[in-house]
Design a protein around this ligand. Structure first.
Ligand code: SF4
Length: 698
């Protein structure tokens, strides 16, 4: 007989940044099924991940007891998910023993080698309150700003450009504004795969007359619905975008009033794009001059044009330049500050916006208040009652490079999996293994946890309550639906226990007490009370005073920069760090696929999702596959200068010839062993979207 739920709990989806609201249907502490709720971002819709991706919480691989590495277990060897072999490497411990070992070791490193010898990675999978407490622990308990999370790997360059240009790193308009736009440009993003419910709003808008322009080296599903599809060559974003701006300037399509009243720096931008005519750029970017002109005119002259972008823009060593060009396009045409216009960097994880807002980044306190700004420093020293470090900390990849130099000796990692997600993962794994002490707090024995000294079993998304901020700046509540298994504990409790062992005396009870502290020192959410979140389910920030309805569309009158004006920043072409050559003649592009999320630790332990996509695949152009003498389903080995992996070839003509796409979620073919750790100098984001590879059958 079908089980009938005995409990329903309203929450949000744990996966992408769209932030769909859902209802868990529970019986006997088990999730039976999930239904979409009428949330502002999803209107009852859910994608395959939201609907079927819940049973990871009940998976037998869940960590249920604290673990301590055996003294004779080397930090090497291949990762295993086999529970029987786990106990060869780790022994079970009590919470008291594990916390004392973890906190004690980190405190000793701090006291012996100095405050900056420690670092922490928080997680965008966690709540705002977890992110806030984690960064507070690093800044006050460790004593440095060496705290970061996966925003460094996804939109750090977008945020750097947005903060510089318009004074705010978040989106200007919600996704749903596509329904109000005449023209929508989606560039370097694949919403059908990565933000599926958002993609449905774009398709609805098209049905109602919106003209969609997709610009991407890979032809996404959305491109089939596009008014124009521009398949530019990988790594030529700036060439394409500067050529569009060249047309807009040359044809007098700029919004002079907007430029004069709301911006600075236009003269330099105009001078710079003068050298980027469509005729000059067409052979570089692979889009013909007429199409560049057509799309530039379309965008500039529509009543409302909106740009959405993803990691195809951000994950380059020129990611900040790419985003600068998008910002300049919007500013020069006045396509920002009104409904149906603006700039929307689509956030990847469900709380990457909120975790960044909460200060899980090394150069900013919560609400993007710079650690090296004396006023901000004094404010947070007062709020937290102790002196703080005024030097920006190291970022994710910088930390991995500081470890072999002996500068970072201990780490606390909560919910992140850098052994899979970092570029040049062989190097990252060697660095993690070289730490004097590594503490990992997670729900599974991830590839990172496998290298830990102490593992703290944490709570899965449906096992705790917290607030989460979606890509639209909507703050929503995820509610506890089930209890954690065995001795697994809630993350807020674990962070506080670790804080106690680092000398901090914290007494937070309910999660709302953490949120209250946040809203007191974060002006952007000052008007959002926990009661209001409970009542209204979702409130958009900025929301500075109680009763403020929140602002879905921002920059309507001014930009949050000192002058109130936005700033143009010109960009020139910078080639990828590693170009193809005779030895490595092809290009690797990495990303995600619909059924799996991030490093796969959750979705690959979800029955339905794993059944749909069980094996590691490389998407290879059919002609490239034929040239190798192979066919779909054959095993191919892909190698870069940093490593190699073997996986199944899938014929896919959406990528241009010579470019291979591989999802990064498969531990048995961890593609980040191959990627390049070269960084964008502003956002410090690695170049996941381009490195040189060679491919062979077998
Ligand atoms: Fe979850 Fe994103 Fe899918 Fe919505 S679109 S159900 S938030 S994964």
């Amino acid at each position: 007989a079908l089980a009938v739920p005995d409990k329903q709990v309203d929450s949000v989806c744990p996966y992408c940044g769209v932030g769909c609201q859902l209802t868990y249907n529970i019986k006997d502490n088990k999730i039976l099924f999930v239904e979409g709720r009428d949330g502002p971002a999803n209107r009852e819709r859910l994608c395959v991940k939201g609907r079927y991706g819940f049973d990871y919480a009940h998976h037998p691989h869940r960590l249920t007891v604290p673990l301590i590495r055996r003294a004779d277990a080397p930090k090497s060897g291949e990762f295993t998910m086999d529970p029987a072999r786990v106990l060869d490497v780790f022994r079970e411990a009590t919470w008291e023993e594990a916390l004392d070992a973890a906190g004690g070791a980190l405190a000793r490193i701090r006291d012996t080698h100095g405050k900056r010898a420690l670092a922490g990675f928080g997680s965008a999978k966690g709540s705002n309150e977890e992110a806030y407490l984690f960064q507070k622990l690093v800044r006050t308990g460790f004593g440095s700003n060496n705290v970061d999370h996966c925003t460094r790997l996804c939109h750090a360059s977008s945020v750097a450009a947005l903060l510089e240009g318009i004074g705010s790193g978040a989106v200007s308009n919600p996704v749903m504004d596509v329904t109000l736009a005449e023209v929508v440009i989606v560039i370097g993003a694949n919403p059908t795969v990565n933000h599926p419910v958002a993609a449905t709003w774009i398709k609805n808008a098209i049905k109602n007359g919106t003209k969609l322009v997709v610009c991407d080296p890979r032809r996404s599903d959305l491109a089939r619905s596009a008014h124009r599809y521009l398949q530019f060559k990988p790594d030529t974003d700036v060439a394409l975008l500067n050529a569009m701006m060249n047309v807009i300037v040359a044809e007098g399509l700029v919004d002079q009033d907007f430029i004069a009243s709301r911006t600075i720096g236009y003269a330099e931008l105009e001078q710079n794009v003068a050298g980027y005519s469509p005729e000059l750029m067409a052979p570089i970017c692979g889009v013909d001059a007429d199409t560049i002109r057509y799309v530039a005119r379309l965008y500039a002259t529509s009543k409302a044009s909106m740009i959405l972008w993803g990691m195809g823009i951000s994950q380059h060593i020129h990611g900040t330049d790419n985003a600068r060009c998008l910002i300049a396009l919007a500013l020069m045409t006045g396509q920002i500050g009104r409904p149906g216009t603006g700039l929307h960097p689509l956030r990847g994880q469900n709380n990457v916006q909120g975790a960044s807002d909460a200060g899980l980044i090394p150069m900013m306190f919560p609400d993007y208040q710079r650690v090296d700004n004396p006023l901000a420093l004094a404010k947070f020293e007062r709020a937290w009652g102790m002196p703080l470090d005024s030097t920006p900390g190291l970022t994710v990849v910088e930390i991995m490079h500081a470890i072999p130099r002996g500068e970072i000796r201990g780490m606390y990692i909560m919910g992140e999996n850098p052994a899979m997600s970092d570029p040049d993962a062989n190097h990252a794994r060697a660095s993690l293994a070289a730490l004097d002490h590594l503490v990992v707090q997670d729900i599974f024995l991830t590839e990172t946890a496998y290298l830990a000294d102490v593992i703290l079993p944490a709570s899965a998304f449906p096992e705790k309550t917290g607030s989460f901020t979606n890509t639209d700046r909507l703050v929503q509540i995820g509610r506890q639906a089930i209890d954690p298994p065995g001795q697994a504990r809630q993350d807020l409790w674990i962070i506080q226990q670790m804080a106690a062992r680092l000398g901090l005396d914290w007494q937070y009870g309910h999660v709302s007490e953490v949120f209250d502290e946040m809203r007191r020192i974060m002006p952007s959410i000052g008007g959002i009370t926990w009661d209001r979140l409970e009542r209204e389910h979702a409130v958009t920030y900025p929301c500075t005073k109680e009763g403020d309805p929140g602002q879905p569309v921002v920059f309507t009158e001014q930009f949050p920069r000192e002058s109130g004006r936005a700033r143009f920043v010109p960009a020139d072409i910078i080639p990828a760090d590693e170009r193809p050559d005779a030895e490595y003649p092809m290009v690797l592009i990495t990303g995600r696929q619909l059924e799996h999320w991030h490093t796969g630790s959750m979705t690959r332990r979800t029955a339905v999702l794993d059944a749909i996509e069980p094996d590691p695949v490389a998407l290879v152009h059919p002609l490239d596959l034929a040239a190798l003498g192979g066919k779909p389903g054959d095993v191919v080995t892909i190698a870069s200068r940093r490593g190699e992996v073997a996986l199944y070839a899938r014929a896919d003509d959406s990528s241009p010839r010579g470019a291979i796409f591989v999802p990064f979620c498969y531990y048995e073919a961890a593609i980040n062993r191959l990627t390049n750790a070269a960084l964008d100098p502003f956002g410090k984001i690695p170049e996941f979207k381009y490195c040189a590879i060679r491919v062979a059958l077998g």
